[in-house]
Design a protein around this ligand. Structure first.
Ligand SMILES: [Zn+2]
Length: 332
């Protein structure tokens, strides 16, 4: 809390310092050399009690040699007038307008930022599905090989049965006949088992083929979405590149109208703000950036916009609703 408060005072005092200094410079240029001398002696006495820095400044400006002083004073007066033309209200509005442009740029970057990620996810899904299909196809090949194996064994068993049946015609006794019958029965059982395996593998193939069909339908679906997302991205890139460049240009044009110290404070706040908002309005008695409650007296100060006020909790600059509305109305 204490740290945030310091940053607030920093901004406000920075602002006041600039204004004060420029006012003095302006005043200095308009006064004659005589009054400058007088005021110089006064300020020197006065400032001797103050800090060292302002003393040096005042002394330089108030040098009795008029020829040297005049051009310097005139130049700073011009600068002063440029900055002084902007009231606190105007400064706030400049920042507000800059914020609007920045937020638009942020949105473009967010949209563009999400699409490549989505495309990457789709590409991964596409690859995953393709791998699954090829794995299933490999499984089917293996099952088909197994079926062929069973068929070969069945043929072998059938050949044995045929041989044993032929041998039965040439047996010498009953025992030999019985023994061959047993062999034939055994081979018949073997064939049954092999057929069972064969059918099981064939069923597995059928179910895998069905699943492949489902996967292929999904794959086609993914490919279609992927294609449209890729097109979307290229359109967005084409569209937003121009828009973004225009917005950046607008921001640059606006930035030169804002005093550097205020602008750098604004940029610093924006950098630290999670949503990229450095200037906010009050919404339902709370900060529009961090939602902490603003006391009524502070709200009143914000409405008066006599100085730049920042949120004690998050450091964002406040701008009054009515100020924004009056600008929008005059724009219409
Ligand atoms: Zn806040």
């Amino acid at each position: 809390m204490a740290k945030k408060k310091v940053s607030e005072e920093e901004i406000v005092s920075e602002n006041e310092v600039v204004t004060e200094k420029e006012t003095k410079k302006k005043a200095a240029s308009k006064t004659t050399a005589k009054t400058a001398e007088k005021s110089a002696s006064k300020t020197t006495k006065k400032t001797s009690k103050k800090e060292a820095q302002p003393v040096v400044e005042e002394q330089v400006e108030a040098t009795p040699e008029v020829k040297v002083v005049e051009p310097v004073a005139e130049k700073s007066a011009q600068e002063a007038e440029e900055v002084l033309e902007y009231t606190i209200a105007q400064k706030l509005l400049s920042l507000y307008n800059l914020q609007q442009i920045y937020s638009k740029i942020d949105r473009i970057r967010i949209i563009r930022g999400e699409l490549p990620e989505e495309i990457q996810d789709l590409e991964d899904a596409h690859e995953g599905m393709s791998t699954r299909i090829s794995n299933y196809k490999e499984d089917i090949d293996n099952l088909q090989a197994k079926i062929k194996e069973q068929e070969a064994k069945i043929k072998e068993a059938q050949a044995l049965i045929k041989r044993y049946t032929e041998q039965q015609d040439n047996v010498r006794n009953n025992r030999e006949y019985e023994s061959l019958t047993k062999e034939i029965d055994y081979q018949n059982l073997e064939i049954q088992v092999l057929e069972k395996h064969k059918n099981k593998f064939a069923a597995e193939i059928t179910s895998k083929q069905e699943e492949i069909q489902t996967f292929e339908a999904k794959l086609a679906e993914i490919a279609e979405i992927l294609e449209s997302k890729k097109n979307e991205l290229s359109v967005i890139v084409a569209e937003t590149e121009k828009e973004e460049a225009e917005l950046v240009e607008q921001a640059e044009a606006l930035k030169v109208k804002i005093e550097p110290r205020l602008l750098s404070a604004f940029e610093r706040i924006r950098k630290n703000a999670r949503n990229g908002l450095a200037i906010v309005q009050i919404e339902r008695d709370a900060c529009g950036g961090c939602f902490s409650t603003i006391p009524p007296q502070r709200q009143l100060d914000i409405r008066l916009h006599k100085k730049i006020i920042v949120c004690e909790a998050c450091g964002r600059i406040f701008i009054d609703h009515q100020l924004v509305e009056s600008q929008n109305e005059s724009a219409e």
